[in-house]
Design a protein. Structure first.
Length: 416
C-alpha cells in the first residue's frame, strides 16, 4: 500500500488491487466533513454489537505499517478477546441459572447452545466467530470490525458445512493450450497458454463447442477465452508445463518459441436453484489507455446483492466490491447502480503490468438473490489476492443462487 499526499492535503490510499490496475481511495471528503464540524457516521453495530439477535464485540485498530491485512488481524484479535470475556461471563450466569432450574425441576429449559459452549475451550470458542462487518473511520484511518459468535446449529453455518459440489462436479477434465511468443512477453505467453487450456476444459465440461486449435498467436483472443469463465468454474486444477515447442508462420520464417501446457481440472457446472435475476452490466469502455478510470453500470430485475471481482493480468482474483470503503451492495429491483458511485472515495485507475505494452483482464460481476442468506464479505476477503481455482471453489458454494457476467477489457500502455 502506498500513501500519496496531494497539494490540497487530501490523502489518497493507493492499493494495488490487481497488479496492473490501481485502486485509488481518496479520503478528502471525510476530512472536509471533519473540518466543517460534521460528525462521523459510525455504523449501528459500533454502539450495539448485539443488534439483530447477534452476540458480538467490536475491535478497533489503528493503521499498521504492514498494511490493511495486519491492521484487520489486530482489530479482530481485540474483538475476539472482548467477546471471549463476555462469553465466559454469560456462561457463568447461564450455569447459575441451570443450577436454579435443576433445583426447581425445570432443567430442560436450559439452552442447548450454552451447554455446548460450556464444554468448549477458549480457542474453540474463538473459532466459532466470524467478522460480520467492518468500517474505516475517515477521520483517522482506524479500522473497526464487528465480530459475532456463530451458535451451534446456526443456519448460515450449517448451510456452509453441508455444501457439496459433487452433483454438478466434472472431475478430471483435461485441457491443453499453447501460445507463441509474438508481440508479447514470455510471461504473457505462458498465461495465454494456460487460459486457453482452461477455456478448453470448461468448454468440454459445459458441453460447448470446443475450438479445434489449441494454439494462440493473437493476443486479442485472450478476451474471448476469459469469457468462457462464466460457463463453468474450475474449483481445482493441476498444471503440467510441456516441453517448449516452435511455431513457424511460414515455412521460411524464423521459428518462434511456443509455450505448451496441459491441465487436469475439476469443473463445477452450476445448477440454478433460483429464477432469472436479470443481471445486466457494462463497462464504460472495453479498451483503456493506462491511467484512464473505469466504471461499471449494473442493473437487475430482482432485489440482489452485488459483488465485483477482478481477473488480473498476473492470474490473480480480487474482490473489489464490497470493500471496507464501500459496503452497501444491495440493489432494488429495476434500479441501476454505478460503481464507483459519485460519493465514493474510490477510483479505479487502469495501469499495465511493468514492461507490458498491452494487458487483457476482466471484471466478474456477480448478482446474488437478495433473499439468500449469505454475504459476499463473509466469503471473500476484499482487496486480497486469491488463486484462480481458490476463488472459484469459494464461488461454487453460492453460484446456484447467483448470476454472473464477465466483462473483459484491454489496457494499452502509453509507452509504445
Amino acid at each position: 500500500m502506498n500513501v500519496r499526499h496531494t497539494p490540497n492535503t487530501s490523502i489518497y490510499l493507493v492499493l494495488l488491487f490487481f497488479t496492473s490496475t490501481i485502486f485509488a481511495l481518496a479520503s478528502a471528503n471525510a476530512y472536509q466533513e471533519q473540518e466543517q464540524g460534521v460528525a462521523v457516521n459510525y455504523p449501528a453495530w459500533f454502539s450495539n454489537p448485539n443488534m439483530n439477535d447477534n452476540f458480538g464485540a467490536v475491535g478497533i485498530a489503528g493503521k499498521h505499517p504492514d498494511g490493511y491485512s495486519r491492521q484487520k488481524k489486530t482489530a479482530v484479535k481485540i474483538a475476539q478477546a472482548e467477546l471471549s470475556k463476555q462469553i465466559r461471563l454469560l456462561l457463568d450466569s447461564e450455569l447459575s441459572k441451570e443450577e436454579h432450574l435443576r433445583q426447581s425441576g425445570k432443567s430442560e429449559e436450559y439452552s442447548s447452545s450454552m451447554e455446548s459452549f460450556s464444554k468448549m475451550s477458549s480457542s474453540e470458542l474463538l473459532q466459532s466467530t466470524i467478522v460480520k462487518d467492518e468500517w474505516i473511520n475517515p477521520e483517522n484511518g482506524d479500522l473497526y470490525v464487528w465480530v459475532v459468535l456463530v451458535l451451534p446449529g446456526d443456519k448460515e453455518t450449517s448451510s456452509n458445512k453441508s455444501f457439496d459440489v459433487a452433483s454438478g462436479l466434472n472431475k478430471g477434465v483435461e485441457g491443453e493450450g499453447s501460445c507463441a511468443v509474438i508481440n508479447m512477453s514470455a510471461e504473457q505467453s505462458q498465461l495465454l497458454a494456460l487460459q486457453r487450456a482452461r477455456s478448453m476444459a470448461i468448454e468440454k465440461a459445459a458441453g460447448l463447442q470446443v475450438k479445434s486449435s489449441t494454439l494462440i498467436t493473437n493476443f486479442e483472443l485472450a478476451v474471448d477465452m476469459i469469457r468462457t469463465y462464466s460457463s463453468g468454474y474450475i474449483v481445482k486444477e493441476k498444471v503440467e508445463w510441456l516441453p517448449m515447442g516452435q511455431f513457424r508462420g511460414d515455412n521460411d520464417a524464423v521459428p518462434i518459441p511456443e509455450y505448451r501446457v496441459r491441465i487436469i481440472a475439476d469443473i463445477y457446472i452450476p445448477e440454478k436453484k433460483i429464477g432469472p435475476l436479470g443481471l445486466i452490466a457494462s463497462l464504460n469502455r472495453t479498451v483503456f489507455r493506462a491511467g484512464e478510470s473505469a466504471s461499471i453500470n449494473i442493473k437487475a430485475e430482482r432485489d440482489v446483492q452485488i459483488a465485483i471481482f477482478n481477473f488480473t493480468a498476473d492470474d490473480k482474483v480480487f474482490m473489489l466490491f464490497p470493500n471496507p470503503y464501500d459496503g452497501k451492495n444491495r440493489i432494488e429491483k429495476g434500479h441501476s447502480f454505478s460503481y464507483p458511485p459519485g460519493t465514493s472515495p474510490v477510483q479505479l485507475e487502469t495501469q499495465n503490468l511493468p514492461g507490458h505494452k498491452k494487458d487483457a483482464e476482466a471484471l466478474f460481476v456477480v448478482a446474488m438473490a437478495g433473499d439468500y442468506k449469505r454475504e459476499f464479505a463473509l466469503l471473500f476477503r476484499p482487496l486480497e489476492a486469491m488463486k484462480f481455482d481458490e476463488f472459484f471453489k469459494k464461488y461454487a458454494e453460492i453460484s446456484d443462487y447467483c448470476e454472473d457476467l464477465t466483462l473483459p477489457y484491454e489496457i494499452i500502455s502509453n509507452n509504445p
